[in-house]
Write a protein of this length. Structure first.
Length: 261
């Protein structure tokens, strides 16, 4: 069991627990997380959810690169769609969901955090979408949610560079709602949860649904396109080079695209 759920009265604390791999998500973990989110969504006794990562280093360091490195086009479509379903399940929960970002939230980790309603970060947390360094575009909603949260210009710069964004910078651009010393992060998340829980749960759920709908208008079509281009990357050389380089702990070597057209 890699997804732990701990109930504290009406609060459910979900801990992604695979610290040896910085909580990176395999297909098995995606399915387990999706099931857990659906279970909690149907549990009327839960009023707010906090999602965090086990260990001191990472929230989630992304999709599991070892597993992804072995995928072909069809496997990539399925992997992307499962990631979308997991993130959509988080976003669709009637309860507010707070991401307590205790460390790296990269790739799929940033995408999971962005599917949450509110993000709080520890001072040392780093967020980002480094997929292009692996020869692939983001594939679990990153190209759709990041521009909606921080604006398209900033999102493009972050996704094209693949760079890590500090917690302080994330606060400045609205990617996170608060930054705290690591040892205070969970207390702050609980305080925020309490401030939600004092309000009418039906009204909070309705407000969430209404706000999600405005964001949802074209996420679905964007996600279909995202899966397509993600999967197409698995037909080319950049994906295998990028992932092999990561796994071999060397810098990837990419040839420049043709410029004569
Ligand atoms: N998939 C699979 N394994 C991962 C992983 C991922 N996304 N991210 C980290 N790990 C594993 C490492 O392979 C390593 O395993 P090992 O101890 O068996 O060798 C372990 O987690 C610790 O990671 P390591 O890279 O040694 O830690 P670090 O402090 O040097 O670097 C990161 C931390 C987050 C910067 C680095 O792990 C990283 O860049 N991870 C990939 C991030 C990424 O590209 N995510 C998007 C994927 S689409």
């Amino acid at each position: 069991m890699s997804i732990e759920v701990q109930k504290e009265d009406a609060l459910a604390i979900v801990t992604i627990n695979r610290p040896d791999a910085l909580n990176a998500f395999t297909t098995e973990l995606i399915l387990e997380m999706t099931d857990k989110m659906k279970e909690i969504a149907a549990d009327d006794s839960v009023r707010v959810v906090i999602i965090t990562g086990a260990g001191e280093k990472a929230f989630v360091a992304g999709a599991d690169i070892q597993e992804m490195s072995e995928k072909d086009h069809d496997g990539a479509v399925a992997f992307s769609r499962r990631g979308h379903k997991m993130c959509d399940a988080i976003e669709a929960m009637p309860q507010p969901v707070i991401a307590a970002i205790n460390g790296f939230a990269l790739g799929g980790g940033c995408e999971i955090a962005m599917a949450c309603d509110v993000r709080l970060a520890a001072e040392q947390a780093k967020l980002g979408q480094p997929e292009v360094s692996l020869g692939i575009p983001p594939a679990w909603g990153g190209t759709q949610r990041l521009p909606r949260i921080i604006g398209i210009g900033r999102a493009k710069e972050i996704i094209f560079s693949g760079r890590q964004v500090s917690a302080q910078e994330a606060l400045g651009i609205g990617l996170v709602n608060g930054v705290y010393p690591a040892d205070q992060l969970m207390d702050e998340a609980k305080k925020l949860a309490a401030s939600f829980m004092k309000n009418a749960p039906g009204a909070v759920a309705a407000s969430k649904k209404l706000m999600n709908r405005t964001m949802e208008t074209s996420i679905s079509s964007g996600n279909i396109h995202e899966s397509k281009l993600f999967a197409e990357a698995f037909n080319g050389e950049e994906q295998s080079e990028g992932m092999e380089a990561f796994l071999e702990r060397r810098k990837p070597s990419y040839s420049h695209p043709a410029t004569d057209d």
